[in-house]
Ligand binder design. Structure first.
Ligand code: ADP
Ligand code: MG
Length: 306
């Protein structure tokens, strides 16, 4: 599978994130619908070589739990990635559409993301480094796939951020925030935090003010305060009885601040939480309030930012 950029025509915008715009494109000859991500960056030759090496790792990856990259290369000031199109969008979009994600779906999401992480960690020796709801994509076959994996410090540091500001959030593990050595366990922390966010319908830091009367008000934190808070305070938990004991135990295993005490992928895959529910993710997307077309997020080409 080799795609020439000239053979792709834009049919919509899928989203805008930390690194630029992701477009929905169609292959003029085959009719295949794909996603195209272009990241503008200007770097020296030395760095460029390194980035191309990193990108090779991306398109060599092949797992049903990881978004397929058909092309990934750096050339004349931009990284171009042609990848599998996921027609349900990201779990962040699902969260915005539906407010929350119910526990049975989260069990199935956990299972598939853990299988994707097991593939990246064990078979490719790739640390993801950026597990978060917007990097977990879903489709109408009920599949969840990990995207934006293996984007190393080198690449991430070179990218200038897109205009859309996401607020005071981070999925970085405490050891990574503290500048200590971090490894595969760090991705498990980010998964745990993503699950809590999807379950509660809000990013779990900062905590809500204890003892507040009406709707609990989140305390306002700057980004630096947030980093400090994560390192210094106990991890977020899920309230009982809204969530099952199995689910609460599962996230608490992912959200151990001490990386060595955090659940290992094999143990988490055997956790009773995943046994408890058999949620079919196809139902998750059926519930999406359908407003503006098949994927619910296409922007008219005429309005597309350049
Ligand atoms: P971020 O992950 O920080 O949100 P990205 O630029 O990686 O920023 O992606 C922006 C958005 O584009 C994502 O949140 C997602 O909704 C959408 N998106 C990215 N890749 C795909 C894809 N392969 N298929 C469908 N939608 C995608
Ligand atoms: Mg992303």
């Amino acid at each position: 599978f080799n795609v020439a950029i000239d053979d792709l025509e834009q049919i919509g915008i899928l989203g805008c994130g930390s690194s630029g715009v992701v477009r929905k494109v169609r292959h003029k000859h085959t009719g295949d619908v794909l996603a195209l991500k272009v990241i503008q960056l200007n770097v020296e030759d030395q760095v460029r070589k390194q980035i191309n090496q990193e990108l090779r790792a991306l398109y060599e990856a092949s797992s049903e739990f990881v978004v397929k990259y058909h092309q990934a290369f750096y050339d004349s000031g931009a990284i171009t990635i042609v990848m599998e199109y996921m027609d349900g969008g990201s779990l962040l979009q699902v969260l915005r559409d539906q407010g929350k994600v119910a526990e049975p779906y989260l069990a199935e999401i956990s299972r598939q993301v853990l299988l994707g992480l097991r593939y990246l960690h064990k078979e490719r020796r790739i640390l993801h480094r950026d597990i978060k709801p917007s990097n977990l994509l879903v489709n109408h076959r009920g599949e969840v796939k990990i995207t934006d994996f293996g984007v190393s410090g080198q690449l991430a540091n070179s990218v200038s951020k897109c205009v859309s500001w996401v607020g005071t959030i981070t999925y970085m593990s405490p050891e990574r925030i503290s500048g200590e050595k971090y490894g595969y366990d760090s991705d498990i922390w980010s998964l745990g935090l993503s699950l809590v966010e999807l379950a509660l319908g809000r990013f779990p830091y900062p905590p809500t003010e204890p003892g507040s009367t009406q709707e609990a008000q989140p305390i306002k934190l700057s980004f630096w305060d947030l980093l400090h808070y994560i390192v210094e305070n106990p991890p977020p938990t899920l309230p009982s009885p809204q969530f099952s004991a199995e689910f609460r135990d599962f996230v608490s295993s992912c959200l151990q601040k001490e990386p060595d005490r955090r659940g290992k992928i094999g143990d988490l895959l055997a956790h009773p939480f995943l046994e408890k529910h058999k949620g079919d993710l196809r139902d998750l997307l059926i519930k999406r309030p359908e407003a503006e077309g098949p994927s619910g997020m296409d922007v008219d080409e005429a309005e597309a930012p350049v």
